[in-house]
Design a protein around this ligand. Structure first.
Ligand SMILES: NC(=O)c1ccc[n+]([C@@H]2O[C@H](COP(=O)([O-])OP(=O)(O)OC[C@H]3O[C@@H](n4cnc5c(N)ncnc54)[C@H](OP(=O)(O)O)[C@@H]3O)[C@@H](O)[C@H]2O)c1
Length: 241
């Protein structure tokens, strides 16, 4: 039977892990919609990949904008009429922005920063799933990858960076809840930890290249029908929550 070309949406696709994930998916002949909150940056990034012959287009998406999410859902509906893969990659780490890093302590962290972290890293993926899972259900297929972090792991959690940590733990909880509610369908939801990666967020001293960091994300995005759902993975191996 002919398999239709899969369509993927990658949030925060203009740079870092999102860009590399878009590249790797497109190299597997997935039609990638590279989402970016700055239109020109998204267009530039998509063009870089399209110039290599890869099937990539761009779309405007600030993941915290209800209006943008609605517009993207409509464009996917009236365009390809399907969405097979959602990579919730867009993320922020605001905790370390204080002068000498003191702002990273839970005792001084501004609640506004906690809220902003939760909005982008946890509530936006939730809203995207609410808006886009109906499109996945239409064709009975879906792979959702929430790009989490070991900093959201409760089993090893220590002090500092509460905004980032709490938001990534919340994202992991969302993975569990979504996966359970989708149990019995061919829609799978998993969390990926890319490791410490050389991006603007990870910095130049990080141990992994974006290619290595994106590997588990792409693996989860292309799982076979008997693959896992509701798990947390690094290097293609299940890790503790
Ligand atoms: N790098 C690491 O070591 C590491 C480790 C564990 C997990 N992660 C996770 O991996 C994901 C990607 O990180 P990265 O290292 O590639 O970070 P990055 O280089 O800082 O890139 C972050 C991306 O997210 C986008 N973004 C942020 N807020 C957004 C919003 N409201 N709407 C749309 N896009 C938004 C940024 O867009 P702009 O260009 O417009 O700012 C950018 O494209 C994040 O979720 C991060 O938490 C990274």
């Amino acid at each position: 039977m002919h398999t239709p070309q899969r369509v993927a949406l990658v949030t925060g696709g203009n740079r870092g892990l999102g860009f590399e994930t878009a590249r790797q998916l497109a190299a597997r002949e997935v039609s990638v919609v590279l989402a970016s909150r700055e239109r020109a940056a998204g267009e530039r990034a998509a063009r870089r990949l399209a110039d290599q012959g890869l099937p990539v287009s761009s779309v405007l998406l600030d993941v915290t904008s209800e209006a943008h999410i609605g517009a993207v859902a409509e464009q996917l509906d009236t365009g390809p009429g399907r969405l097979d893969i959602l990579i919730n990659n867009a993320g922020i780490m605001l905790d370390s922005s204080g002068p000498d890093g003191k702002q990273a302590s839970v005792f001084v962290t501004p609640l506004s920063m906690m809220r902003e972290s939760l909005e982008t890293n946890a509530l936006a993926p939730l809203r995207l799933c609410q808006a886009l899972v109906p499109l996945m259900r239409r064709h009975g297929y879906g792979r959702i990858v929430n790009v989490a972090s070991e900093m959201g792991q409760l089993s090893t959690m220590r002090g500092q960076y509460p905004g980032y940590k709490v938001s990534k733990t919340a994202l992991n909880a969302l993975t569990r809840i979504l996966a359970d509610e989708l149990n019995g369908t061919n829609l799978k939801v998993n969390s990926a930890c890319p490791g410490w990666v050389r991006t603007d967020m990870g910095g130049p001293k990080a141990e992994r290249s974006p290619e290595q960091g994106a590997d588990t994300i792409v693996w989860l995005a292309t799982l076979p029908d008997d693959g896992p759902s509701g798990g947390f993975f690094r290097d293609r191996q299940a890790i503790p929550w």
